[in-house]
Design a protein around this ligand. Structure first.
Ligand code: GUN
Ligand code: FE
Length: 456
């Protein structure tokens, strides 16, 4: 019998999301990866071809066998990371959003005029995210073209699928003199220049990177830059990212300056498309959410960051029920952790607080809300399928025709009694850390090997 040549065949247990409320755990599968880095065949142990495919792969030295208690999961998709803020992760979380930006964040981001500094930070961050199982990331850079290109180079070098935004912020009223685009024209021109620079870099890149139209948020931009960026997104058919209704202050800014909702302002300038990802959205109302759904806009839920800056908790279960697009983001450094596992945990915890309420002086029936808490399965869906759908990526699931972006994770503790697939899954979601992520694959290539060697 002859078989198609695969570039790699992985043998081991797999876990994938099947939808917001369902996962599947296959105790043993062969995952056959083609030469383009896509999953081309999946065989369970009872498949008549299982042994022959496995043997052929072994003979050709293309077989990767997972160690005991290791599981193959889709790589995660971080829908919102501020790459330049990595040096501040875990610091300076003591002020409300607007003051935090001016006190800590803008001074740090201004440093990326120094390309060497950018290169050092970005290489470290990209490796850290990959080590935490993140195979694709939607990044905010800074206003500096060269530094943003360093971020793209780091993604190419370490093999992470990056979506990279040249940040636009030109409103003299809301940005400091030392860190702003000189004019709306310059903000728009630098963005267009970045699109061309990244397109050129991609000519020789092993893993192409995607430029993203990135108005920082409504307060940072003038109507002229928002309008020009909306036009650019249309001209080049590119993804868009920004922040929307993240805090009372931001929500109030659009109302007082435009007499419109924050979401309506972005929509007015053509910035709400089905390629748009809006971070946070803790204060979006039902009208905004209906608009997001109508336009196909995704929300990047950043639960750790929201506990500091969001002024409210995003009702994730409600969004899933009404089929708003939603994924998960770290929001480094508004969120202190580079791990989407920790953000899944926080998403679950925050949703429980939203449901139960927190004011002990109120009786139980008045203390909480009717929004249901989310589950580990919901959170896993956000970090995988939710992110992939938001970025129009064929990724986030172990499925034929999908990108072979994976993480191999080891069960963190011994098994003390026989466990169901759901129990195995939940333990992994709660306890996986960088130390228990043994391997990471992007488009079929091994990009990170942990301390625990696997058999080959
Ligand atoms: N809104 C505008 N800029 C930022 C930022 O850097 N972080 C967060 N969390 N919100 C923002
Ligand atoms: Fe953010």
């Amino acid at each position: 019998m002859s078989f198609i040549q695969f570039s790699t065949v992985i043998d081991g247990p797999t876990i994938t999301s099947l939808g917001p409320d369902a996962i599947s755990l296959h105790p043993r599968q062969l995952i056959c990866i083609d030469h383009q880095g896509y999953i081309s065949r999946l065989l369970d142990e009872d498949d008549p071809d299982f042994l022959s495919v496995k043997e052929q792969a072994a003979q050709q030295d293309r077989l990767v066998t997972l160690q005991d208690n290791n599981y193959l999961l889709p790589g995660f998709i971080d829908l919102h990371v501020h790459a330049p803020q990595w040096p501040n992760a875990g610091l300076a979380l003591d002020q409300p959003l607007n003051e935090w930006l001016n006190t800590y964040t803008f001074p740090l981001e201004a440093k990326y005029q120094d390309v060497a500094f950018a290169k050092t930070v970005y290489n470290n961050l990209v490796q850290e995210l990959i080590a935490n199982g993140t195979t694709s990331a939607l990044y905010f850079g800074t206003i500096h073209n060269q530094a943003n290109l360093e971020l793209a180079k780091a993604c190419i070098h370490h093999q992470q699928r990056g979506f990279i935004g040249q940040v636009a912020m030109d409103n003299p009223q809301q940005t400091p003199t030392y860190y702003r685009d000189a004019s709306a024209t310059q903000a728009v021109n630098n963005t267009e220049k970045f699109i061309h620079q990244l397109t050129d870099l991609n000519q020789t890149a092993a893993l192409p990177q995607t430029p993203v139209i990135t108005p920082r948020f409504v307060p940072s931009c003038t109507p002229a830059s928002l309008s020009g960026l909306g036009d650019l997104a249309k001209k080049y058919d590119l993804p868009i990212q920004s922040h929307c209704s993240e805090s009372d202050w931001e929500d109030g800014y659009a109302l007082s300056h435009y007499h419109m909702r924050d979401a309506a302002v972005l929509d007015h300038f053509g910035l709400l498309t089905d390629k748009a990802v809006m971070a946070h959205g803790t204060l979006l109302n039902q009208t905004d959410l209906n608009l997001f759904k109508q336009r196909g806009v995704a929300i990047a839920h950043c639960p750790i960051s929201n506990a500091y800056f969001g002024n409210a908790i995003l009702p994730v279960s409600q969004l899933l029920a009404q089929e708003n697009k939603v994924g998960l983001g770290t929001d480094i450094s508004g969120g202190y952790s580079p791990s989407l596992y920790r953000n899944m945990n926080q998403a679950i915890i925050s949703s429980r607080l939203l449901h139960d309420g927190v004011d002990r002086q109120l009786p139980p029936e008045k203390r909480g809300t009717s929004t249901a808490p989310i589950t580990a399965k919901n959170a896993f869906y956000l970090a995988t399928v939710g992110g992939a759908t938001s970025l129009h990526l064929k990724a986030g699931q172990i499925k034929v025709g999908y990108l072979a972006d994976f993480q191999v994770v080891k069960a963190p503790f011994p098994v003390f009694y026989p466990q169901t697939p759901d129990q195995i899954f939940e333990k992994l979601i709660y306890h996986t850390t960088k130390a228990t992520i043994n391997q990471v694959f992007v488009q079929g290539k091994l990009v990170k090997e942990g301390q625990h060697e696997t058999q080959r």
